[in-house]
Structures are given as C-alpha cells and as structure tokens.
Design a protein around this ligand. Structure first.
Ligand code: FES
Length: 195
C-alpha cells in the first residue's frame, strides 16, 4: 500500500505499534522509505501500549484508515474511529479465528448459477463456493481461504448473501453485489454469480 501511494503521489502515514524493536518486521525497509511518515510505537521502550485515540486524532474526515493487527488493537481502533464516515475505516485480520458478526452460522445447501460459464452447481453445506467452483474446473484467484484477504471477491448478480468475511465494510455488504466466495454463502439457498 505504501508503494502504491508513493507511485501515485498520494499522502500516507504508518502508525506501527509493536512489543519490542526486535519484533519490528520491515524496520530497515520502512525507515528507508521515509521517516517523516512513520510513527513507531515500541511498547517496551515507551513503557505502555499505543494510545490509539491520540495516534488517530489528526485525521481529516476524507482520509481512510486501514488497520491490521491482533484483536485488542482492532477493537481499540474500531472504538477510536466509531464516529468517522461510513466506509472510511477498514480492517484486515491476522487470522479469521473468530466468527464474522454478520454470519448467520448456518451451513445450508445452495444452488449456484454461474452466469458466464452457463453452469448450475448444487453446493452441499460442508462445501464452500470456492471449493465447489474449483471442483467444477473453474480457476479463481484466492489466498487466505478464510475471508480475510479479499482475493476471491466475486460479483453477485442475483440473490441474497450471507456475508462471513472480515474485509467488507457494512456499506459494501449492504450493496449486496459482491462476496468472498471462500467463506460467504447464500442467505436463501440461491445465488447467481458473475463467473
Ligand atoms: Fe481470502 Fe477469500 S481467499 S477472502
């Protein structure tokens, strides 16, 4: 993301909180990129964890926040940004070990219509959409297979989505036109995908 911002002449700032300097991945690489945009917070040197509210208090309303880290940090950032405009705060989880709050939790069978491939698939409850299309011989990009990276994002043409990912914002979910097919399912048993 930093490389993209630099290439596209967009302003950025990285606030990097870490327990100790020894655990600071990319320390040299980041320092080489530009000191003035970096704020390291090293817990054992500061004697306390990052004050997230203070770290974010100079944000303009049109700036975007991207946060990645363990659950306590994510929660602190979510609390500190709760009054920011919808869609301006984004979270990427280290892992998807918890259950997305948007999920119904039901793994029901689904019928999938793949509009461009002109294929209809019956997907049993134990199989993900990504697994079903792979079994049908369709190649689709993926990475985490846990709803955390957005690589498998797929356009939805018809049907209600049971979102189970950790990357879409509430605003994106409410549009109902895209889903992470590695984890999300049909809310009412039928979906038409742009595949
Ligand atoms: Fe990462 Fe689906 S493969 S969200």
């Amino acid at each position: 993301m930093i490389r993209w911002c630099r290439q596209n002449d967009r302003p950025w700032k990285l606030v990097y909180a870490v327990r100790s300097r020894q655990r600071t991945a990319y320390y040299e690489e980041l320092n080489a990129v530009g000191h003035e945009f970096l704020q390291f917070h090293i817990d054992d040197e500061a004697g306390e964890v990052l004050n997230v509210t203070m770290a974010l208090d100079d944000l303009a309303s049109d700036e975007q926040v991207y946060c990645c880290g363990p659950a306590p940090l994510m929660t602190a950032v979510a609390n500190a940004t709760s009054d920011r405009p919808a869609g301006s705060v984004h979270f990427e989880w280290f892992n998807a070990g918890s259950v997305s709050p948007a999920s119904s939790g039901q793994n029901s069978d689904m019928t999938l219509e793949l509009r461009r491939s002109n294929i209809t698939l019956e997907v049993p409850g134990h199989q993900s959409i990504l697994e079903a299309i792979e079994a049908a011989g369709i190649d689709h990009p993926f990475s985490c297979r846990e709803g955390a990276c957005a690589t498998c994002e797929t356009k939805v043409l018809e049907g209600a989505i049971d979102h189970r990912d950790f990357v879409l914002s509430e605003e994106q979910r409410s549009k109902g036109d895209a889903m992470m097919i590695c984890v999300s399912r049909a809310a009412d048993g039928h979906l038409v995908l742009d595949l």
